[in-house]
Design a protein around this ligand. Structure first.
Ligand code: C2E
Ligand code: CA
Ligand code: CA
Length: 739
């Protein structure tokens, strides 16, 4: 608009009126009011002033193009009433305001008022003219200006006491007002900040950005700019400045801005961002950061063909480092000692890698290294060795020198088509292999390992399905009262799974799978339910005379996770009752290890069930943390002496009276006796073993010598014929699927 006004003036008169300088025109042009610059020669008193320049609002008012207004005598445009000064005699010494009639080109008149501002005379100004600026005050203007002033006052009051730092410019980049909050933010009195001084408080390299933002707001845009201010004390604050354009009639384009100090928020956000990406104990990048890095490496570039961009994962290896037996440190020395060890290991690992490599701690006692330049196996070996050695050096904790060992699983990323999570999972599989091979070594996840892992995953899925469909069967191994013949006393229920393609899978194999997939509680519950149902039906058949005998009770294996699971006791009660049995019809076989892992909790559950009649046996007795000390306190009815003791019983040389195995077995039996517990010998395969255990006083025997685990059909046959079992030395085990 300013330029337009200048333009019309140029076209009209060929040069600016001598006494009206650029600043004045700026002032007038910025106003939306009709305005005229008029002048007459100084010497020509009583000459009618003529229009030198007209604003476009004036052109609108008079209905004449601005250029055509130029040179017109103002008497042609304005008629002054009797109360006003003669237009030939406009005062030079003061501003005057008077009523006029404005005459439009069509001859119509409009009553209004005019303010005449004398333009100060400049010495040496060209032509020696007197000039005035005449502004026409339209009634609407009056009202809106009053409203505007009131609004401005209200705004000023609000802003002044507002806690939000606020800045106001009436025109251009110069501040006309700032509130106390802004003065406080910058640390200077408000007076020092008015004018353009505030810009010097913008940090040097940010200033061009702020100047640009100010230019944009003056052009009528709303702008938000993030920048930094340096306060009087030299401190840098991060701020967000929001600028809104504001036009002050009679002045021009300015703005109103609020300034938000975001320093603390940013600091908090930075801290949170840091925490989200780092492990707080060691300061290493955490799982999230690791996954992001891996996603960058395996994410893109994989789908492109040979002509596409280079594989970003070329030569990059991922090493998952897992401390062997770290739990022992944590449990034995306490979590603080464990933490100290982890911090030390983190420090060492960070030193073994090169700049640009990553050491992350995704969790627990697990570290992951992402290393470049692992282009061949020698390089992998060298890096893995360095890591193993770094871990191996003694660590001092609480004055103790500990020697730690790690297992490492390595995955090479080059050409790998999988997600970041899958890389971590694969590295975990490789670690598992390294541990299974004895620990303290590294394993590369090659095709073999991958195939095995995939098979395990598939088996887990198949097992889950079999469990859901009732595809897991239960076989029963007789537990006999020794003698010739021996007589069936009770049964141990043992799960059996025949894979549709792979054939029978050994229980210890699929139970380990089930443990990893958290399927054990479901498995145990299934076996208990089937065993109860079967026992109930044999009882009924026996009562009806269709079976010659039926077992006293049935024993089921209860693993530690089942026992610790919420609602275990209630589940057992429900299952037993559903089959129409009582708790004393079942025996729960629990291993020493299961008892030791969470003694108090297990005890409570077992005590409760036992109080209502359930029997409890300690399975595999002698293989756990021999718990003779607390045996007497356990809610237990009998012990099952582990197969490994029984196996060695036959090795007694001539004259050695049975050898050390016999001595151990004898001690166990006599201890059990002292405690009033029964003893079952497991895994009896030979006559010799049978003789020894019965001599020692075991009242029950379980083993291939009497019977292998039987299918329910074979067992029914045994019950039908009276439950007598003739000892027969064991034949080799039928072929079963290895791991
Ligand atoms: P366990 O509880 O010690 O079960 C006895 C194991 O010894 C059975 O192996 C049985 O077949 C075997 N056995 C019995 N007599 C002899 C013998 O004279 N010689 C030899 N060499 N072995 C004999 P199985 O059925 O393979 O079960 C292995 C383990 O799997 C069981 O050991 C038990 O710990 C676990 N298991 C079996 N069924 C279940 C179940 O339903 N739940 C849970 N949690 N574990 C189960
Ligand atoms: Ca058992
Ligand atoms: Ca056992």
């Amino acid at each position: 608009m300013l330029n337009e006004a200048w333009g019309s003036h140029h076209r009209g008169s060929g040069g600016p009126p001598s006494a009206v300088d650029a600043a004045l025109l700026h002032y007038v042009a910025a106003a939306d009011q009709p305005a005229l610059v008029v002048s007459r020669p100084r010497t020509g008193a009583l000459e009618v002033p003529r229009v030198r320049w007209a604003s476009s609002a004036a052109a609108d008012l008079f209905g004449v193009d601005a250029e055509n207004l130029v040179d017109l005598a103002i008497t042609r445009l304005l008629r002054v009433g009797s109360a006003g000064p003669a237009l030939e005699r406009l005062p030079r010494e003061r501003r005057t305001r008077f009523a006029v009639e404005a005459v439009t080109s069509g001859g119509a008149t409009r009553r209004t008022e005019v303010v005449a501002w004398p333009v100060p005379d400049r010495d040496g100004a060209r032509g020696g003219e007197h000039s005035w600026v005449l502004t026409v005050v339209l009634p609407e203007d009056e009202r809106s200006q009053a409203a505007l002033r009131a609004a401005e006052e209200r705004f000023a009051t609000l802003a002044q006491s507002s806690p939000v730092p606020t800045i106001v410019s009436d025109v251009g980049a110069r501040l006309s007002r700032v509130n106390d909050a802004f003065a406080e933010l910058v640390g200077l009195p408000a007076e020092d900040l008015c004018g353009t001084g505030w810009l010097t408080h913008v940090v040097d390299d940010e200033r061009p950005g702020v100047v640009e933002a100010v230019a944009a707001v003056l052009a009528g845009e709303r702008v938000v700019v993030d920048t930094r201010l340096r306060n009087a004390a030299g401190q840098v604050r991060w701020v967000t400045i929001r600028l809104a354009p504001s036009r002050t009639p009679g002045y021009g384009a300015g703005f109103i801005g609020t300034v938000e100090d975001v320093t603390d928020r940013l600091a908090r956000e930075h801290r949170l961002a840091y925490q989200a990406q780092h492990d707080l104990l060691t300061g290493l990048p955490n799982r999230l950061a690791l996954l992001e890095r891996l996603a960058d490496l395996v994410g893109d570039g994989l789908t492109s063909g040979p002509s596409g961009p280079a594989d970003p994962a070329e030569g990059v290896g991922v090493l998952m480092v897992d401390l062997d037996d770290f739990k022992t440190v944590n449990d034995g020395l306490g979590p603080e000692a464990g933490d100290a060890v982890l911090v030390e290991i983190a420090r060492r690992l960070a030193r073994t890698v090169r700049g640009g490599d990553m050491v992350a701690r995704p969790g627990g006692d697990e570290f992951v290294l992402v290393c470049g330049d692992l282009t061949d196996l020698d390089a992998v070996e060298a890096t893995a060795r360095r890591v193993l050695d770094a871990v191996l050096a003694p660590v001092e904790v609480n004055g103790l020198r500990l020697r730690l060992v790690a297992s490492i699983g390595v995955v090479l990323l080059s050409g790998l088509r999988c997600s970041a999570e899958e890389v971590v999972r694969d590295a975990g599989i490789a670690v598992h292999e390294a541990k299974a091979a004895g620990g303290g070594r590294w394993t590369l996840l090659d095709e073999d390992v991958r195939t095995r892992a995939r098979r395990a995953l598939r088996l887990v899925a198949d097992l889950r399905e079999a469990l859901a469909r009732g595809g897991v069967e239960v076989h029963y191994q007789p537990i006999v009262r020794p003698g010739r013949p021996a007589r069936l006393r009770s049964l141990e229920a043992l799960c059996r799974w025949t894979h549709p393609e792979l054939g029978p899978v050994r229980p210890d194999v699929f139970i380990e799978l089930a443990e990893r997939a958290n399927l054990v509680p479901a498995l145990d519950a299934h076996v208990l339910a089937v065993a109860c149902r079967d026992l109930a039906s044999w009882r009924a058949a026996h009562a009806a005379g269709r079976l010659a005998t039926s077992p006293e009770h049935v024993a089921v294996n209860v693993s530690a996770v089942s026992l610790a699971a919420e609602g275990f006791a209630a589940g057992v009660r429900r299952t037993v009752a559903a089959a129409g049995l009582e708790l004393r019809d079942v025996c729960l076989e629990v291993t020493e290890t299961a008892l030791a892992s969470d003694l108090r909790a297990c005890r409570q559950v077992l005590e409760e069930l036992r109080a209502d009649g359930a029997r409890v046996a300690i399975d595999d007795f002698g293989t756990g943390y021999s718990s003779l000390a607390y045996l007497k306190d356990l809610p237990v009815d009998h012990l099952k002496v582990d197969r490994s003791f029984v196996r060695d019983l036959h090795s007694a040389g001539p004259g050695v009276a049975g050898g050390p195995a016999r001595a151990v077995a004898a001690a166990v039996v006599s201890l059990a006796r002292t405690l009033g517990l029964g003893v079952v010998a497991e895994g009896v395969e030979t006559f010799e073993q049978d003789e020894v255990v019965t001599d020692l006083g075991c009242e029950a025997v379980q083993g291939y010598l009497y019977s292998r685990p039987l299918t329910p059909e074979a067992l029914v046959e045994l019950l039908r014929t009276g439950g007598e079992l003739a000892p027969r030395p064991a034949l080799p085990t039928p072929r079963e699927v290895p791991a």
